[in-house]
Design a protein around this ligand. Structure first.
Ligand code: NAD
Length: 418
């Protein structure tokens, strides 16, 4: 079975060949520019020290500063972070945001640590990264296992390591901060909001009435829960949810808001929700729905799960949720995709808005943020659709062609130094 990075490479190669990308550009983009690995000790609450391994992979910065999330998860590894960093490069270019791509993470399970330990781990990692991040160089954001609190700790550590007179201009070193500490209104829900905007653009084009649609969600964290409540607000019915604690199913529908409230009381997990029946992983994938939203880990839609799936659309909230077999099987069945680099781009788009607001010392209303996001998501969706028609190819490849062509134009204009 190919690794996550091999899947990302195969996606790149397919689009590069179809778009007849210059060989030198393809070679440059096939590996990240910088791979930073740090091992750092952290004081635990019991007085002992534990060593942590952290990664920051900077894939490409020809379009602007490196940009991408920080993941805290026991499965974080180099190959995964490399793939995630490359996907950020394609995503930012697709949305025409002036950023490159990066990703980072620490290999550990954040649910097993106290808040004080999480703070020390985050601050020590930020310190270890040192000058490898910065508001004009590389700008981290939240991802799996991290949130606005994590970002505020990172920002504070970075600011306090900067000269006094420049501290306040360093706020934009991370995005996804709390609104009070310099974040943007609408950032918390942005990835789910962007996904729902993309689904709505698809529904409008295909004359699908969302209020008659059902959907299921894998992962009920930031992306999964906001996607679920915003799609439900458009009348769609949530039939099944699964996360790391277990799955729940109700043919008559699950109230997303009620499930969010339940999960909050239940350490973030959906298992045990009494207004739905328990469901296992394979039955979850086999649940018939119009829209399937993966919003957890990579490589979930595979040769094992894709044959079970009965849906019209996969809207990829997660990064890289579909492997090569999974995508081939579903495309053969006529299932359409809103690929990750489009469907979950709302997060980085509103991160860009946050960074702009920090630079301008402005604070935009949520309506302004949503309206700007809608415009950018619609533009990216229709660009992808027109390229898919022109090249007679699938949505993922079409989205890649747009990203790669923009990057290639800049390499051709600037040349390769020296
Ligand atoms: P999160 O930590 O808030 O939530 C992750 C969810 O995945 C949790 O509900 C968890 O229970 C679930 N999960 C973990 N392991 C699982 C398993 N084995 N099976 C089923 N569910 C499992 O993370 P998030 O920020 O919502 O990120 C989810 C995905 O979305 C990731 O792929 C991330 O890269 C992607 N993404 C996030 C953002 C963002 O703004 N947060 C932006 C773009 C893409």
């Amino acid at each position: 079975m190919p690794s996550v990075f091999e899947v990302a490479q195969a996606q790149l190669n397919k689009a590069a060949d179809l778009a007849k990308l210059d060989d030198k550009v393809k070679v440059i983009l096939s590996q990240p520019k910088n791979e930073i690995i740090v091992n750092f000790p952290v004081l635990m609450d019991d007085g002992s020290y534990q060593l942590f391994k952290g990664y920051r992979i900077q894939h490409n910065n020809i379009m602007g500063p490196f940009k991408g999330g920080i993941r805290f998860h026991p499965e974080v590894h180099l190959d995964e972070v490399k793939a995630l960093a490359a996907w950020m490069t394609w995503k930012c270019s697709l949305l025409e945001i002036p950023y490159g791509g990066a990703k980072g993470g620490i290999k550990f399970d954040p649910t097993q640590y106290s808040s004080r330990e999480l703070e020390r781990i985050t601050r020590r990692f930020t310190h270890a990264l040192g000058a490898n991040i910065g508001p004009d160089y590389d700008i981290p954001a939240p991802d799996m296992g991290t949130n606005s609190q994590t970002m505020v700790w990172m920002m504070d550590t970075y600011m306090n390591s900067s000269p006094q007179e420049r501290k306040n201009s360093m706020r934009g070193v991370v995005t996804g901060k709390s609104v009070t500490s310099g974040g943007s209104l609408g950032r918390d829900k942005a990835t789910g909001q962007g996904l729902v905007f993309a689904v709505a653009a698809w529904a409008e084009e295909h004359q699908v009435d969302l209020s008659k649609c059902s959907f299921s969600v894998q992962g009920f964290g930031n992306v999964g829960s906001h996607s679920a409540r915003l799609l439900q607000a458009r009348g769609a019915k949530l039939k099944a949810v699964i996360d790391h604690t277990g799955g729940v199913y109700n043919a008559n529908g699950i109230d997303a808001l009620d499930l969010i409230a339940y999960a909050k009381q239940n350490k973030g997990g959906v298992a045990g929700y009494s207004k739905a029946e328990p469901i296992n992983k394979l039955d979850f994938f086999a649940t018939e729905v119009d829209i399937f939203i993966p919003a957890a880990l990579e490589m979930q839609i595979t040769a094992e799960t894709a044959p079970l799936m009965k849906c019209r659309l996969v809207a990829e909230g997660a990064n890289g949720p579909t492997d090569l077999d999974g995508e081939r099987i579903l495309l053969e069945k006529g299932v359409q995709f809103l690929p990750d680099i489009l469907a979950n781009a709302g997060g980085v788009t509103v991160s860009y808005f946050e960074w702009l607001q920090n630079r301008l010392s402005e604070s935009w209303s949520e309506d302004v943020v949503d309206a700007k996001l809608l415009k950018m998501m619609n533009k990216a969706y229709h660009t992808m659709r027109s390229i898919a028609k022109e090249y007679k190819t699938d949505h993922r490849t079409a989205a890649y062609i747009h990203s790669l062509s923009r990057i290639q134009t800049v390499y051709r204009e600037r040349g390769i130094f020296p």
